[in-house]
Ligand binder design. Structure first.
Ligand SMILES: Nc1ncnc2c1ncn2[C@@H]1O[C@H](COP(=O)(O)OP(=O)(O)O)[C@@H](O)[C@H]1O
Ligand SMILES: [Mg+2]
Length: 389
């Protein structure tokens, strides 16, 4: 289980150290930083996929994702006695992301390329990996470092000594891409595989053209695709692998008297839903946005291959408020097998989730442009140490 998430200088997250439990509900007003926190988590996962630099570029480029406020916010600025203003930058530009789990921790420090004044390169705004560390235990210390990437040098601990894996790691690649050696760096490989298995669901499509509305060739599907196109096969897989009763209960919980049936025609799978009061079942193409969205969430959350970490971004979108308590119970069922992080703007969902056992609500607010956790004092911030350059 992850118990700490740490982010620095990413959009409005100037420095956020977040304690995590089994079920975590991230909420807050518009603009408080919820989506930024979700994206920061995705960026961490992308580093294990080798896609971090490309993802940052798609978000508008590295410079635009960096915290746009001053390096330091003085007490006088907080009290409004002096305007918010930048000072001469003393520290280097650095976007940092990290987490600590029960066994391992990982952190990255991204910065700008070191450039000569006359460098003609077009890529001077690409982020470079400056430092990347994997350590054992809750907090980074020199003595618990297991793998260390310092610019282009990557080394792993080997008993009392360090073994150099590469002196030429490209600055735009993570150590996961270059140093996940099964023999010499088993921890790097193990952590990479775990991070690759984190599962994110963000706006499952339920619009009129949504892939889930069409019949699809079906194969064994223990994990719902991101666009939800394999909904029927995923629901059938849940049934065949023994979570059918849970699935039926989740559907009647939201739609009393309703049930679903998977039909196969010409090897194409489709979902039909029987609802009380109707003489024939409705096909997925005929379901309301909200109903289809709920079925997609059932397929995602009751996956017969639960991930270690499941992250849901605004799962309430297009759901009728009356469905939110049922969704909260469904999330509770998923949390029996996965650590769950839910980013939500829906008060009713947040309230319902907060009643689940082992749930904590983390509320973001903004202070002078920087996101912070409501009620977090320096004393209840989890222990955290960034790698230094
Ligand atoms: N580079 C940046 N530096 C500082 N603040 C930023 C930066 N980019 C965006 N923001 C601000 O971050 C805030 C948080 O946005 P977002 O995470 O989308 O909030 P939410 O999802 O809670 O509505 C927005 O108010 C936006 O103005
Ligand atoms: Mg948002």
């Amino acid at each position: 289980m992850l118990h700490t998430l740490a982010i620095a200088n990413y959009r409005s997250l100037r420095e956020l150290i977040v304690p995590l439990g089994q079920i975590n509900v991230i909420t807050g007003a518009n603009g408080s930083g919820k989506s930024s926190l979700y994206r920061a988590l995705r960026l961490l996962a992308e580093s294990a996929q080798g896609r971090l630099v490309g993802t940052l570029a798609q978000e508008g480029g590295f410079p635009s994702t960096l915290w746009a406020g001053p390096e330091n916010i003085s007490r006088a600025m907080k009290r409004g006695e002096v305007p918010v203003q930048g000072t001469v930058r003393k520290e280097v530009i650095s976007l940092k992301l990290g987490f600590a789990a029960d066994d391992f921790g990982y952190a990255i420090d991204l910065g700008l390329p070191e450039q000569a004044p006359d460098d003609p390169s077009f890529f001077l705004k690409d982020p470079h990996f400056k430092r990347e560390c994997i350590w054992a235990g809750p907090v980074l210390r020199e003595s618990v470092l297991l793998a260390d990437r310092d610019h282009s040098l990557c080394k792993v601990r080997n008993g009392r000594d360090w073994q150099i894996l590469s002196r030429h790691v490209p600055p735009y690649d993570s150590l996961f891409s270059h140093c996940a050696d099964p023999l010499r760096a088993a921890e790097v490989l193990a952590l990479r595989e775990r991070m690759r298995a984190w599962r994110f669901y963000d706006h499952l499509r339920s619009d009129a053209q949504a892939p889930a509305r069409q019949a699809q060739i079906g194969t064994y599907t223990p994990v719902l695709a991101h666009d939800g196109g394999d909904l029927a096969a995923a629901l059938q897989t849940i049934r065949e692998l023994g979570r059918g009763e849970e699935m039926d209960a989740a559907i009647t919980d939201a739609f009393p008297g309703a049930r679903i049936e998977i039909v196969v025609e010409n090897s194409r799978f489709s979902v039909q839903m029987w609802q009380s009061g109707l003489l024939r079942p409705l096909s997925a193409a005929e379901l309301s946005d909200g109903t289809l969205r709920y079925l997609l969430l059932v397929a995602a959350l009751l996956s017969p291959r639960p991930p270690e970490l499941l992250v849901l971004n605004e799962p309430e979108t297009s759901l009728h408020p009356d469905l939110l308590p049922a969704l909260a119970r469904l999330i509770g069922a998923a949390a029996a097998h996965s650590q769950v992080i839910v980013v939500s703007h829906a008060a009713r969902l947040v309230t319902a989730l907060s009643r689940l056992r082992e749930a904590q609500v983390l509320q973001l607010e903004k202070e002078l442009g920087a996101s912070r956790l409501l009620d977090q004092t320096p004393l209840d911030r989890p222990a955290w140490q960034w790698p230094v350059r």
